[in-house]
Design a protein around this ligand. Structure first.
Ligand SMILES: *Cc1c(COP(=O)(O)O)cnc(C)c1O
Length: 373
C-alpha cells in the first residue's frame, strides 16, 4: 500500500461541484483584487475565531512580515522567539533589521519554554513572538503575564494553529491568534485550513492595528494613491478566498477527522518503547495539524518508511539558530540543546482529513515492524 504524506485530490473529488462553482463565480464576477470572496472569507474567519478584525494577505509569511513591521519589531530592537519553528517566524523580525532572540523549547510541548523567556529580556526588547506549533498553543497565560509586566507586544504565529483554542484562568476558550496584539494564519495547502496556493491572514481585536494592517497590504495607502507608511503589495487572492470559503464550511469536520487519526496513531503506537509523543500542556483544545512522533532511531525509521512508500516529513531538521542566514546573530551548536535534540528525533506521519483509518493502521503496522527487527 502506498500512503502519501498529503494530497488534495481526494478532497477535490469529494467536493468537486462546490469547488468548481466557487471558481466559476470568481471568473464570472470579473477581475477583482480583494474581491467579494475575500471580504466574505474575512467575515467567516472573524466569526469562527471571534477576532474583531481579519485582514487577508498573500501568505502566512507576509502576515508575519506586515504585523512585525507594524508592531515595531525592527531597527535593532529585540524580539524573543523559538529557534524550533519555520524560518518565517524569525525572518519576519530580521527582515526589518530587528534582532531575533531565541529561547529554547519545552521538551514536552516543543513550543517555546515560557520559563526561559524572562532571563532574555533586556532594555531593548520590544516583543515576544510565540509559535503555536504542530498541535498545540504555547503557554499563553505565562507569555501574556510576562508581556504585560515588561510592556512587550505579542505577535502570535498561529500559521499552523487554525482551530486551536486556549483557556486562560477564569476565561472562556480563546481562539489562537486572538490573545496577543496580532495573530497570523497561513493558508498554505497542507495547513489545517489550506487553499490551493498561497494565502494568509492577520487577525486582531485592536481597531487601530487593524486599520494599519489594511493599509500595509496595499502599499501603506490610507486612501488610493495617498501613502501614510511604506507598505507592501500583499493581498489575499480572490480565487484562493473562494476556495477557502468552501473549505471553512467543513472545518469542524476536518478537525475532528484529524483528531480521530491522531487518536488511532496514539492507540497503536503508545505501547512501543522506542516512541514518544509530544505532550499537550495547559487548558487548551489541540488541533492535529501535524502528527509527530519522537524516536532516537528517526533517520533509520524514516528511510524504512520511504522504502515502503509511506510519506513522512521532518519539521524541522535544523533549528534556526544554526541556519546560515542567521550566523550573524552569533549563536553556536549547543546553545539550545532541547531544540537541537528534538530536531534529530522528530518525524511527522501522514495526517489529513481524507486519510483512511486503514491507511493509518498500515503506517502503524510498518512502524511496529521496523522496531521489531
Ligand atoms: C507555514 C508557516 C508559516 C508561513 O506560512 P506561509 O503561508 O507558507 O508563508 C509561518 N510560520 C509557521 C510556524 C508555519 O508553519
Amino acid at each position: 500500500m502506498k500512503v502519501g504524506f498529503y494530497t488534495s485530490q481526494r478532497e477535490y473529488t469529494e467536493k468537486q461541484k462546490e469547488f468548481d462553482t466557487a471558481i466559476h463565480d470568481v471568473l464570472k464576477n470579473g477581475i477583482a483584487t480583494l474581491g467579494q470572496q475575500v471580504k466574505d472569507f474575512e467575515k467567516a474567519v472573524e466569526e469562527f475565531t471571534g477576532a474583531k478584525h481579519a485582514i487577508g494577505v498573500a501568505s502566512g509569511t507576509d502576515a508575519l512580515v506586515l504585523s512585525s513591521d507594524i508592531l515595531g519589531f525592527k531597527d535593532v530592537k529585540e524580539v524573543i522567539t523559538s529557534p524550533f519553528t519555520f524560518l518565517a517566524s524569525a525572518s519576519c523580525i530580521a527582515r526589518h533589521g530587528g534582532k531575533p532572540v531565541f529561547v529554547d523549547i519545552d521538551p514536552d510541548t516543543i513550543c517555546i519554554d515560557p520559563n526561559k523567556i524572562e532571563e532574555k529580556i533586556t532594555d531593548n526588547t520590544v516583543g515576544i513572538l510565540p509559535i503555536h506549533l504542530f498541535s498545540q498553543m504555547a503557554d499563553m497565560d505565562k507569555i501574556m503575564d510576562i508581556a504585560s509586566r515588561h510592556d512587550l507586544k505579542v505577535l502570535e504565529d498561529a500559521a499552523e494553529a487554525f482551530g486551536m483554542r486556549w483557556q486562560g484562568a477564569g476565561d472562556s476558550m480563546k481562539h489562537s491568534g486572538t490573545i496577543g496584539d496580532f495573530g497570523v494564519f497561513s493558508f498554505f495547502p497542507t495547513k489545517t485550513l489550506g487553499g490551493y496556493g498561497d494565502g494568509g491572514m492577520i487577525i486582531t481585536n485592536d481597531d487601530n492595528l487593524a486599520e494599519l494592517a489594511r493599509q500595509y497590504r496595499v502599499h501603506g495607502a490610507s486612501k488610493k494613491y495617498h501613502y501614510d507608511n511604506l507598505g507592501y503589495n500583499s493581498r489575499l487572492d480572490t480565487m484562493q478566498a473562494a476556495i477557502l470559503l468552501v473549505k471553512i464550511k467543513y472545518i469542524k469536520e476536518a478537525i475532528s477527522k484529524r483528531e480521530k487519526i491522531a487518536s488511532l496513531y496514539k492507540e497503536r503506537l503508545s505501547g512501543c518503547e522506542h516512541i514518544r509523543f509530544p505532550k499537550i500542556k495547559g487548558n487548551q483544545s489541540p488541533v492535529y495539524y501535524a502528527f509527530n512522533i519522537l524516536t532516537d532511531r528517526r533517520d533509520e525509521l524514516n528511510a524504512f518508511l520511504k522504502e515502503n512508500e509511506i510519506g513522512t516529513s521532518i519539521y524541522y531538521p535544523m533549528p534556526l539558530h544554526l541556519q546560515k542566514c542567521f550566523s550573524y546573530l552569533g549563536y553556536k551548536k549547543g546553545d539550545f540543546p532541547v531544540a537541537e535534540r528534538i530536531s534529530k528525533e522528530i518525524l511527522a506521519l501522514p495526517i489529513y482529513p481524507e486519510l483512511t483509518l486503514d491507511e493509518v493502521n498500515y503506517v502503524c503496522d510498518k512502524i511496529l515492524e521496523f522496531f521489531k527487527k
